[in-house]
Ligand binder design. Structure first.
Ligand SMILES: [Zn+2]
Length: 69
């Protein structure tokens, strides 16, 4: 069992969850580990649904799109 230190609470956890952090520092990587309790507090690395929604809004296809005609 590999234990990792949570990037948020700095406590070792036996169930590390890979999270993405936006640290351009010397940590090198952008991948960190969080304990199951802290993982939900991290932003998700990728959210396909959100990206699709953003694209739709950008093209005026969203629910708030003005009706032509
Ligand atoms: Zn934690």
């Amino acid at each position: 069992m590999t234990s990792q230190v949570c990037a948020r609470c700095q406590r070792p956890t036996n169930e590390p969850v890979v999270v993405t952090v936006e640290h351009g520092g010397s940590v090198g990587g952008g991948t960190a580990y969080a304990c199951p309790g802290c993982a939900p507090r991290f932003p998700e690395p990728r959210d396909p649904l959100a990206e699709i929604e953003a694209l739709c809004r950008a093209r005026g296809l969203g629910p708030d799109a003005p009706t032509a005609g």
